[in-house]
Design a protein around this ligand. Structure first.
Ligand code: NAD
Length: 348
């Protein structure tokens, strides 16, 4: 199937899609700017070996648009963008990231970039050597991004429990965390701190067991976590984990976590809703790092964890309130709300 970039752009209101090729390093990349109507566009660089240029483009557009949704719902005065590097054997990584850095710099602050799948601390250092428009995780950056994301997920879980039970009542709650990496480990510590019972897992069993021991909770073998009876299932590993099989197996009242794109397909969100499971949308709960990065660049300050929690809890409350009133699943309400706000600000 051919690629009709302008068709795809006009359907979803994209402002710019840029193809980047660097003869020297072999870099092939795409940058999509979805929305700069109220401020610069924010989005990380994903490096992935896509099956085709088309699938790289589609991923880039989908992720950029999702970043605009994330910004409007988190109250960030900016919009969404994304870059994807089409990973190929033989590409000179340092040269490729440095070239991307130069391109981002040349955009003059219209696009702020940062980490994503495939773009690690080393890659961020290469980018930072060429541009100031990058969120670095080092000493000159906005601080602990994983901690900010965990704070947002915690606030979303609290909103979900209040929505169902009137109060979080942490001491009576069981929370299962899938993935005990940077975010999952920090979320587990916060939950244990307030008295919740945490059960966690990680496919990196050694790492998971170490976190469980340090923080003080029960570790279960990977794959067993989906069937554990709990109040909250918190996905903090990879996307696509809620599919036909897992949706049937889950024994939870709430799904709320930080992993991006946890629904394998949108209809799995509807399926959860039909089964009476409250699914809080990932793109609302995991905006903590974006909030930190954006305010650091725009206002030169590091947004505190309390404020991040407040922003995400307020957004979750609004979505849950509208979901209750309309009967629609919260993730559908969130998309509708985001699109309404994007239209309003574009018309303003
Ligand atoms: P991470 O790489 O530090 O941790 C992910 C952990 O999940 C790893 O320890 C990995 O072994 C484990 N894992 C992978 N597949 C698993 C599976 N099937 N079952 C159990 N464990 C599994 O990543 P992170 O920074 O903690 O991010 C976690 C999720 O949150 C990711 O989906 C990420 O895209 C999303 N997110 C993170 C941030 C951030 O600030 N770090 C911001 C927004 C969204």
């Amino acid at each position: 199937m051919g690629i009709h970039i302008l068709d795809a752009m006009s359907r979803e209101g994209f402002e710019q899609v840029i193809g980047v090729y660097d003869r020297k390093s072999g870099l092939k990349a795409l940058i999509a700017i979805h929305d700069t109507s109220v401020g610069p566009a924010f989005g990380g660089i994903r490096r992935w070996s896509y099956l085709s240029e088309r699938s790289g483009l589609m991923d880039c557009l989908r992720l950029a648009r999702a970043m605009t949704h994330k910004c409007v719902l988190a109250g960030v005065p900016g919009g969404g963008a994304k870059a994807v590097i089409l990973d190929e054997p033989g590409m000179d990584l340092e040269g490729a990231y440095r070239h991307m850095g130069m391109r981002v710099e040349a955009m003059g602050g219209q696009f702020y970039t940062g980490p994503d799948v495939g773009t690690d601390g080393q890659a961020l250092d290469w980018l930072s050597a060429e541009t100031k428009y990058v969120t670095s995780t080092g000493a000159n950056g906005p601080g602990d991004l994983g901690g900010a994301t965990a704070a947002g997920a915690f606030a979303g879980i609290r909103a979900g429990l209040r929505h169902l039970d009137g109060e979080p009542d942490w001491k009576r709650r069981r929370v299962v965390i899938q993935g005990l990496g940077d975010v999952g480990a920090k979320l587990s510590a916060r939950l244990v701190d307030v008295g919740a019972t945490v059960i966690g897992t990680d496919i990196n069993v050694e790492r998971g067991q170490r976190v469980a021991k340090e923080v003080g909770f029960e570790f279960v073998e990977p794959a067993d976590e989906v069937g554990v009876e709990c109040d909250v299932f918190a996905p903090c590993a990879l996307g696509g984990i809620l599919h036909d099989v897992t949706v049937e197996r889950l024994k939870t009242r709430i799904v709320a976590g930080a992993a991006n794109n946890v629904l394998a397909k949108s209809h799995h969100g509807d399926l959860l809703h039909e089964r009476g499971v409250l699914y809080l949308p990932d793109f609302v709960l995991n905006a903590g790092a974006l909030i930190r990065g954006a305010f650091f660049h725009l206002e030169g300050r590091i947004e505190g964890l309390d404020s991040i929690e407040h922003r995400i809890e307020t957004a979750s409350d609004e979505i849950l309130g509208e979901s209750k009133a309309s009967g629609l699943p919260p993730f559908r309400v969130a998309v509708r709300l985001a699109e309404k706000r994007i239209a309003e600000r574009r018309n303003a």
